[in-house]
Design a protein around this ligand. Structure first.
Ligand SMILES: [Zn+2]
Length: 148
């Protein structure tokens, strides 16, 4: 999992149960995904969503630190959108969550309204692109192809 936002974790419990798979998330996001802590400083929109949508907390089986490798996927902490936002790199494929989203076929910053710290988000965005992924699979939008 890349971060705790509802649109990314809402069905995690069902997916983990259906496919009997392990749930992986960063250490800072895990407590929120597991429901033992509430996120801090969430915006009005997020508060409204969390009020309207009930999410079943899911157990995080593997809590990863920055730079750890799990089954060939390297964890890359990419804070800003949320404090513990995390991307996963496998070979030259990047699963960016909302640290990089797609806009018009190109990588873009996450929307300001859903992002806690735009300065950090921009730093993380640049860090992820500097890894020179061939394809980015963003949390929103189509896969982004960055050439050969
Ligand atoms: Zn998000």
């Amino acid at each position: 999992m890349t971060h705790y936002h509802i649109d990314h974790i809402r069905y995690a419990w069902d997916i983990a149960r259906t496919f009997n798979c392990r749930v992986v998330a960063s250490i800072p996001e895990s407590v929120i995904i597991e429901g033992s802590e509430k996120p801090r400083n969430i915006g009005l929109l997020q508060s409204l969503f969390s009020f309207m949508v009930r999410v079943k907390p899911v157990n995080v089986d593997i809590k990863v630190g920055d730079g750890e490798v799990i089954e060939g996927y390297r964890t890359i902490y990419a804070p800003g959108h949320t404090p513990g936002s995390t991307a996963y790199l496998k070979d030259d494929l990047l699963f960016s969550g909302d640290a990089v989203v797609e806009q018009g076929g190109k990588p873009a910053l996450p929307p300001r309204i859903f992002t806690l710290d735009m300065r950090k988000a921009a730093e993380s965005f640049n860090k992820l692109l500097s890894l020179r992924p061939r394809i980015i699979y963003p949390g929103h939008g189509s896969p982004i192809s960055l050439g050969t």
